[in-house]
Design a protein around this ligand. Structure first.
Ligand code: ZN
Length: 90
């Protein structure tokens, strides 16, 4: 393996991302592959983007804006079913 260089786009290792570790991938120009020095994951750009798509599925509400009103309404909804974790016993 040649001297490690970052690619044109600085990708994060998708395998490490699943363990909430932020680690840059290095690019092997001869093999046209990206690889991780930390976990030994390797793959091409398509494999990275495919794993990023899987990763984003963990956060379906990522682009949703949560307001205080929405959170309080959700708590009340939970309280109506007898499940109110946010109320303190008096
Ligand atoms: Zn990694």
């Amino acid at each position: 393996m040649a001297q490690g260089k970052t690619g044109k786009i600085n990708y994060r290792c998708p395998q490490c991302l699943f363990r909430t570790i932020d680690y840059d991938l290095l690019y092997d120009r001869d093999a046209d592959q990206y690889y991780c020095r930390r976990c030994n994951w390797e793959g091409d750009e398509m494999a990275i983007l495919a794993l990023y798509r899987v990763y984003k599925q963990q956060y379906p509400d990522m682009l949703k804006r949560w307001t205080v009103e929405a959170i309080l309404a959700k708590d009340e909804e939970a309280g109506a079913t007898g499940n109110a974790p946010n109320t303190m016993p008096s």
